[in-house]
Design a protein around this ligand. Structure first.
Ligand code: SAH
Length: 240
């Protein structure tokens, strides 16, 4: 009897150790330190620094779950990682930077174009009321919707389609984040942005370096813009 109890105890201890391992808490905390340090070294992009709120959300989101076959070692490296179909999950610092620049209001609606892995959508989902995200590659839309549901992000809706058109039925939006590069801002996105809202997007030729632009809609027909930093994103695809 004693032996059985001891064996059960050992089993329980072993399974909780492996649960901790699968949670990747140590790797995530190292990644958060990295993101914080990166933000400090980039004051031009982030004059007011990276908020604790965004760092906290980055620190509790299971990034490895958004990467196919992701493990603790791969999932938390501070670099973009291929997720198949020509897509990548963005570098953690860039996700944090775009989120911070978007100044996401707690009671708002956010639109993301380029769901990819679903990671950026999961980050937004913890900072605002509702997230609508559009992905043009079907297997990515299906997989990200599944992971988001498994992890309990029930305020995210994933749609398969061309994000150039935005998602009018889901908006208007307080925040729009575009995670694929194009030479212009799609006009439907500006239309679906509320006055007072922000759009963050890499503008420039795909395949080279782009500028991460922060656009403020200050009146129905008026925007102001600033370039935060140089970035490199996958191309924004247009259906033929
Ligand atoms: N935000 C993602 C990063 C995705 S990379 C993440 O957190 O993982 C950019 C994504 O944009 C790719 O998955 C690509 O398929 C998608 N994409 C490219 N053009 C698009 C378009 N016109 N509409 C919607 N998604 C698009």
């Amino acid at each position: 009897m004693k032996t059985l109890l001891l064996a059960l105890g050992l089993l329980a201890a072993a399974s909780s150790a492996s649960a901790q391992e699968a949670d990747c808490a140590r790797e995530r905390s190292v990644m958060v330190d990295f993101v914080r340090a990166h933000a400090r070294s980039d004051p031009k992009a982030l004059p007011s620094g990276m908020s604790d709120k965004v760092l906290e959300v980055i620190g509790r989101t299971l990034r490895h779950r958004f990467i196919p076959d992701g493990n603790c070692a791969v999932g938390y490296m501070d670099r973009p990682i291929p997720i198949g179909h020509g897509s990548t999950i963005s570098q953690p610092y860039i996700v944090a930077l775009m989120t911070e620049l978007a100044a996401v209001p707690a009671d708002g609606i956010a639109l993301e174009i380029g769901t990819g892995s679903g990671y950026q959508a999961a980050i937004l989902a913890q900072l605002t009321r509702k997230v609508c995200t559009v992905e043009i590659v079907q297997p990515l839309a299906v997989r990200s919707a599944l992971v988001l549901r498994e992890l309990g992000y029930n305020n995210v809706e994933v749609r398969l389609g061309d994000g150039y058109q935005g998602w009018p039925e889901c908006g208007p939006f307080d925040v729009i984040i575009v995670t694929a590069a194009l030479v212009e801002i799609p006009p439907p996105l500006l239309e679906q942005l509320k006055v007072g809202g922000k759009l963050v997007m890499p503008i420039g030729a795909p395949g080279s370096v782009q500028l991460l632009m922060v656009v403020d809609k200050i009146a129905p027909d008026k925007t102001t813009m600033r370039a935060a930093t140089a970035v490199r994103f996958v191309p924004f695809q247009r259906p033929q």
